[in-house]
Design a protein around this ligand. Sequence first.
Ligand code: PLP
Ligand code: COI
Length: 339
Amino acid sequence: MEKFDWYNLPFGYIKTDYNIRCLYKNGRWGNLETSSSEFIDIHIAATGLHYGQEAFEGLKAYMGRDGKIRLFRWEENAKRMIRSAEGIKMAPVPIDLFGEALFRVIRLNKKFIPPRDSGAALYIRPLLYGSSAEVGVKPAAEYTFLVFVTPVGPYFKGGVKPVNMLICRDVDRAAPQGTGTFKIGGNYAASLRALVAAKNGGYASSIFLDAKEKKYIDECGPANFFGIKENSYITPKSESILKSITNMSLMEIARSVGMKTERRQVPVEELSTFEEAGACGTAAVISPIGKIFDPENNKIYEYCRDDKPGTLTMKLYNKLVAIQYGDEPDEFGWITIVE
Ligand code: PLP
Ligand code: COI
């Protein structure tokens, strides 16, 4: 096997040995199949290709110092994939089938799980798409569910190094009654113009605002936003963002260390009152935000002095990561050990 530089892994695709596939046909799911091919055979008229009938998930398997492999809240990903499937009229993958596929793909690719001290992890990507032919706009009759894995480092370069973000006012990622709460490919396609513009301007990501009023913070590209002030963890409530499992967990951790938590609309002007800010998600973990630039009024909101993340952000980060890798006891019951 090729030797990996576990300590400098990008967030990118690296080939592993196996992936898992399963077909839904005649109204029921078939058996899980193991494949060593990186390619799929797909009908030229599949709804997944033409009409965006496609949903995915993202979670990680962590190798602990004790040599145990841990999964973090995988049932939440399974439930979210069911909601995404229902949201775009696809056949949902039952939780047990989802879990069985995860455990099998992790066991088969065990040698690709990065060691604890690298801070990297095995990223797991479940994918579901309409695979039978339709030309009229309607849901497919058949679906394909597959799961592949790939070892990854931090999503935003530098790990917990503060990143800068650009407020986006000329692209909407999702409408209030649209599909923003589902984890479906179309939302990511809709975000690309803004993300590329942000990257070209030297920013790690764009921050989307609510599409209706352009007054409130929605989310930070592929991660949720949080701000911290007066010992309170504040995160946007919105009808158009993905409900992050990391964010939900950080709120519980925040409460457990004596912080208050608020999920409510966050007006853009409130950015000037936060002492710390960050982006959170499976891929991002917590990326502290150094600066946010608002091109409408040339305003810069600054959070990190000397390029150092804030103390409460680091407290939350350390606790989350310690639970995920098994350095600390799983006091919330979030971990499943993969035997
Ligand atoms: N928001 C978006 C748009 C995402 O793609 C993700 C990644 O899954 C998140 C937020 C973070 O969600 P989670 O913490 O469940 O990974
Ligand atoms: C994740 O955080 O798991 C994501 O799915 C983000 C992304 C790379 C789309």
